[in-house]
Design a protein around this ligand. Structure first.
Ligand code: ADP
Ligand code: MG
Length: 397
């Protein structure tokens, strides 16, 4: 039977790892599938994951038959099956909007086994939702984030300050990078650019958006392209990583000088491949090779997380496309959040355990986010400066 109190199970001081410089790690428990987790209409699965009372909505307890003692871990927040998309947005997504407005990079990852709720959390049911940028119960974090972002931009835009928002969406599948918004563009290369650009995908199509409706169209197009590939290539969407990126720039003219102050922020929303193929035994021969190749990015993500938390000298970012692309989000110049999605079902206990272990490790990563800004003098500034110097000269003559 389950212990009635968790106090004796939690190592003292565990909470100290949830500081503001750390990667924020959340757990979202999906509802138990009433049709039976296997989807065969059999008896409803049994739950083995609980959020014990007194855990302050931060602790989860995993107690399944294969375990002599329950596994427990503490996170920044745990969302139970009854908590909806708006609650997750308020706790997790709203911060990303504020980061964008303040010129701070942010990344949000959803991690977990296939079917645990990653796409539900980050994208939601876009095919079932309203056509335009309106929000319904199923709408995921991405559209909610952009709706609030455009509200904030409207508030902050005044004389001399204007914002631009550009979006990109790529997929990493078997170490190949494909543009989800410009089908046919695959085999793209990742480059390490200057301070302004950071790391970027060369040749990825850029989409300027001015409102949430524009973003909704991109989300729908991106998920349809991921989805189309899925039927053609056997569950491709569960084996690929989708990275939806927005670059938000605020340009402010400095009085008459013509000098523009630019503040910019990059936001990455990452729907990772299903974590169940990492280290899963039973796959042999070709299937094993295939599984390894396909998940090089996910296994490398695990190694990058370990290297960072163990403070190793060498962090293997360059060993996979995904970790290279998201280098800044892992121990670098970004505020990063991870939502670990899990099923409460006993059938999934092993996968849930490995997801929670990954998530507990990621809590210990420290990032260093700074405000991205620079001042650019344009032609007008040069002309004004030139005129001023000429006046000075004229005075002396
Ligand atoms: P993943 O992307 O991790 O493979 P999905 O997000 O596609 O998983 O979720 C699988 C199914 O479970 C979908 O039909 C989804 O709508 C449903 N689902 C997942 N999480 C929740 C949740 N928190 N509340 C309601 N339904 C959910
Ligand atoms: Mg998915």
């Amino acid at each position: 039977s389950l212990p009635s109190t968790l106090d004796y199970l939690l190592p003292p001081g565990d909470d100290s790892t949830c500081g503001s410089d750390n990667v924020k790690v959340y757990v979202r428990v999906r509802p138990l599938d009433t049709r039976g987790e296997s989807g065969d209409g059999g008896p409803a699965a049994k739950a083995c994951l609980t959020c014990p009372p007194g855990g302050g909505r931060r602790t989860v307890l995993l107690a399944d038959a294969s375990r002599s003692e329950p596994y427990t871990a503490t996170f920044d927040q745990v969302f139970g099956p009854e908590e909806g998309q708006q609650q997750v947005f308020e706790a997790v997504g709203a911060q990303l909007v504020e980061n964008c407005m303040a010129g701070i990079n942010s990344s949000l990852f959803v991690y977990g086994q296939t079917g645990a709720g990653k796409t539900h959390t980050i994208t939601g049911e876009v095919e079932r939702g309203p056509e335009d940028g309106a929000v319904c119960e199923d709408t995921g974090l991405t559209l909610r984030i952009f709706r609030q972002l455009f509200d904030r931009i409207t508030e902050d835009e005044h004389d001399g300050v204007r914002f631009t928002v550009k979006c990109y969406n790529c997929e990493v599948y078997g170490e190949e990078v494909t543009d989800l918004l410009a089908p046919g563009a695959s085999g793209l290369q990742i480059r390490d650019g200057d301070q302004h650009q950071g790391i970027y995908v060369e040749g990825l199509s850029e989409h300027v958006v001015v409102n949430a409706d524009d973003v909704m169209q991109l989300i729908q197009r991106g998920s349809a392209n991921r989805h189309t590939a899925a039927t053609r290539m056997n569950e491709r969407s569960s084996r690929s990583h989708s990275v939806f990126t927005a670059v938000v720039e605020a340009h402010e003219e400095q009085g008459e000088s013509g000098v523009t102050h630019v503040q910019f922020a990059k936001m990455n929303l990452i729907d990772l491949a299903g974590s169940e193929r990492v280290g899963k035994s039973g796959a042999t021969g070709d299937r094993l090779t295939e599984a390894k190749g396909i998940n090089k990015s996910l296994t490398t993500l695990g190694r990058v997380v370990s290297a960072l938390t163990e403070r190793q000298q060498h962090v293997p970012y360059r060993d996979s496309r995904l970790t290279f692309l998201l280098k800044e989000s892992l121990g670098g110049n970004a505020k990063t959040s991870i939502v670990a999605c899990v099923s409460p079902s006993e059938d999934s206990a092993q996968e849930t355990h490995s997801t929670l272990v990954f998530a507990a490790g990621a809590k210990r990563i420290k990032n260093r986010a700074v405000v991205n800004e620079n001042t650019v003098g344009d032609m007008k500034a040069l002309q004004l400066e030139n005129a001023r110097l000429q006046r000075e000269l004229a005075k002396r003559e």
